[in-house]
Design a protein around this ligand. Structure first.
Ligand code: C2E
Ligand code: CA
Ligand code: CA
Length: 621
């Protein structure tokens, strides 16, 4: 199937050239008819040529006007072969007519034209090897026979030369055919795995969509992306990486053949498989999942390459071709979205594309796009949520960022902060948050609002950025005196701590030199172990609000909070409970002597001016 892909187009192009050539030169025969007075047989013959030309033209139009499927193209090509044969035979017919005439000049004309026809056949029909041979023989054989029948020495020699000429033409045409095949193979294949490439796959898919349109058939598409393939390339080198890719491709290719699918390599470590037809959508989905799992299993078997035992998994996205209005690129995109979701959910899995996924991706892309302008459009503001000690005194607050966009409305930090981290916008945004918080803190101090602490959330990506320490030092100098700097607390979330802990500790110690303290946020939800906690210069623990929400009169619910509190005391850490919403929760936390409380019970996060009012009100209580 692949071999024919480009040759359809090639043959299609030849039709018009051939018509122009044949119908054009055939007019000269009408002239011969007048000159040699041959009873106007040429006019009849010319009408025949015109009729066949017209047939050729309809074939030409059929291909260009319709979006033919591969099967229809195959059928079309068969008709085209018949047309070509008949078209070339019209000249052989004229050859017989002329050589049976008494006028020897007409014989010369016939032989010359027939030789020309053979040359044309060998060039125009290069992609159709069999047809070319057939037509060459059918046009050259009559000349050879004619010459042999003359029975003279010179005619034997010329007939021999005719055979040589036929052979040369065949040889030339064969060479061009091989070249054509090779260049087509290169254009449609991947050099490493010898599978089809992206271009091939897209044409295949476009064809499949056309058939789907006509016959209401279903197919599925699997997009397979290897997990952490880059690590293998980076650690073991590209040669091993290449061998691994070829082995993975071989395994998948075998399975794909068994399941009557077509596999291609889209690029890098990304492969695509298009299934054969399924009866209905449910069957299609079932088959897709089953096959994807078989693939995952096979990919995960150990590879032994150059003495290395390698292990690799893959993430697979599935999309089902069920709508005729879609394009190949959209289907690949859908499988791509599903594949990324599989990666997001921890890799080594299969996800089927659905509308909800698509909406989520669209929203994420929209946020990603608009977030870049959020700062310059003044859409970012800060809110402050009071923190109280267990004697109801406001001792500080947590800074919480807000984004209000014209198009999206209010977007919560839970949604946009992770995107800002992924895109790197967090660096600029984090700097802005630090600067604004420092300014506010200094402002309040000048107004006589002297808090014990100001907590600011810091992203891991921000901490690891190479300018972070310098930025913090610079901003401290610019806006705060040492007395105020000592009151700052940077909150880090436990989930993101795990990577590169040694480097993190170095950075934290540098920051601590400015007097700034650190708090472990959302404690209890992440993976960090006690040994991490001991290793890091932490001053405060914030129990995650989910533990506070679960607090009730029941013994077991309170156990967790009590345990965390005991542990914090042993490690000499201040403990903050956030998400305090009810009086009962507060009473319990006060009873067990939790140091700091924060939550809607006291106040939601509020703007700067409202926080100032809140402080005044609570001071007069
Ligand atoms: P977080 O650091 O755990 O912040 C506490 C979240 O709990 C805040 O949500 C706050 O509004 C909410 N909260 C406080 N008290 C209560 C309560 O009594 N009940 C309930 N249901 N919720 C309460 P918010 O402001 O939506 O922030 C969500 C998360 O976004 C934060 O979680 C933090 O991880 C991140 N974030 C917020 N601001 C920043 C920032 O400036 N920088 C960075 N890097 N992350 C931020
Ligand atoms: Ca926090
Ligand atoms: Ca928290």
């Amino acid at each position: 199937m692949l071999e024919n892909m480009k040759f359809f187009k090639f043959m299609h192009k030849q039709i018009l050239i051939l018509i122009a050539l044949f119908a054009g030169t055939a007019t000269s025969y009408i002239f011969f008819g007048f000159v040699y007075e041959t009873d106007h047989i040429e006019i009849l013959w010319y009408l025949l040529v015109l009729a066949v030309s017209y047939w050729g033209y309809t074939l030409y139009k059929q291909y260009s006007d319709n979006d033919l499927t591969l099967e229809e193209k195959e059928e079309w090509l068969n008709k085209l072969r018949v047309f070509m044969f008949i078209y070339f035979s019209t000249w052989t017919l004229m050859f017989y007519v002329y050589v049976s005439s008494d006028n020897i000049q007409l014989h010369y004309l016939a032989i010359f034209t027939q030789l020309g026809v053979a040359v044309v056949a060998s060039t125009i029909l290069v992609s159709e090897k069999k047809l070319a041979i057939f037509i060459l023989i059918s046009s050259m054989l009559p000349i050879t026979l004619y010459l042999l029948l003359i029975g003279e020495f010179y005619s034997y020699v010329i007939s021999f030369l005719t055979v040589v000429l036929a052979w040369v033409l065949l040889y030339g045409s064969q060479n061009t055919y091989n070249y054509l095949k090779k260049s087509q193979f290169q254009a449609y294949h991947d050099y490493l795995t010898r599978l089809g490439n992206r271009r091939y796959f897209i044409e295949l898919l476009e064809d499949a969509i056309k058939i789907q349109k006509n016959d209401n058939k279903y197919m599925y598409l699997l997009l397979i992306d290897l997990d952490h393939f880059k690590t293998i390339n980076d650690t073991l080198g590209h040669d091993i990486g290449d061998i691994l890719l070829v082995e993975v491709a071989d395994r998948m290719s075998k399975l794909s053949n068994e399941h009557r699918g077509s596999i291609s390599r889209l690029g890098g470590d990304e492969f695509c498989i298009l299934s054969s037809y399924c009866k209905n959508k449910d069957e299609c989905l079932n088959q897709a999942i089953k096959f994807a799992e078989i693939l995952l299993n096979s990919i995960k078997q150990t590879y032994i390459i150059d003495g290395h035992h390698l292990y690799i998994s893959a993430s697979i996205g599935v999309s089902v071709i069920d709508s005729p209005n879609m394009t190949a690129n959209i289907f690949i995109k859908e499988a791509d979205i599903a594949m990324y979701e599989a990666k997001f959910r921890g890799r080594d899995g299969v996800i089927i594309f659905n509308e909800e996924l698509s909406l989520r991706v669209k929203r994420k892309l929209e946020i990603e796009r608009l977030l870049r302008f959020a700062l310059s459009n003044n859409e970012i503001t800060l809110k402050y949520q009071p923190q109280l000690d267990n004697k109801d005194k406001v001792i500080g607050c947590e800074v919480l960022v807000r984004w209000n966009n014209q198009q999206l409305g209010c977007v919560g930090p839970d949604e946009f902060i992770p995107i800002a981290e992924q895109t790197g916008v967090i660096i600029e945004l984090g700097y802005y948050i630090l600067e604004q918080s420092f300014k506010t803190f200094s402002d309040w101090y000048e107004k006589g609002i002297d808090l014990q602490q100001l907590s600011i959330n810091i992203s891991m990506r921000q901490i690891f950025h190479n300018t972070f320490v310098d930025d913090v030092q610079k901003l401290c100098k610019l806006y705060l005196n040492p007395y105020l700097s000592k009151k700052l607390i940077f909150e880090m979330t436990e989930t993101s701590v795990a990577e590169d802990i040694d480097r993190l500790v170095i950075i934290m110690n540098k920051i601590k030199k400015c007097g700034i303290r650190f708090s472990m946020d959302d404690f209890g939800t992440g993976y960090s172990s006690l040994s991490y906690l001991r290793k890091m210069p932490i001053d405060e623990l914030k129990i995650d609000k989910s533990f506070i929400f679960e607090l009730s009169e029941k013994e077991e619910d309170t156990k967790m909070v009590k345990t965390i509190l005991d542990m914090a005391r042993n490690l000499n850490l201040t403990i903050v409970a956030e998400g305090v919403e009810t009086q009962a929760q507060k009473d319990f936390l006060v009873k067990i002597e939790c140091d700091v409380l924060q939550g809607y019970l006291f106040s939601k996060p509020v703007y700067k001016e409202d926080f100032e009012k809140y402080i005044l009100k609570s001071a007069t209580k």
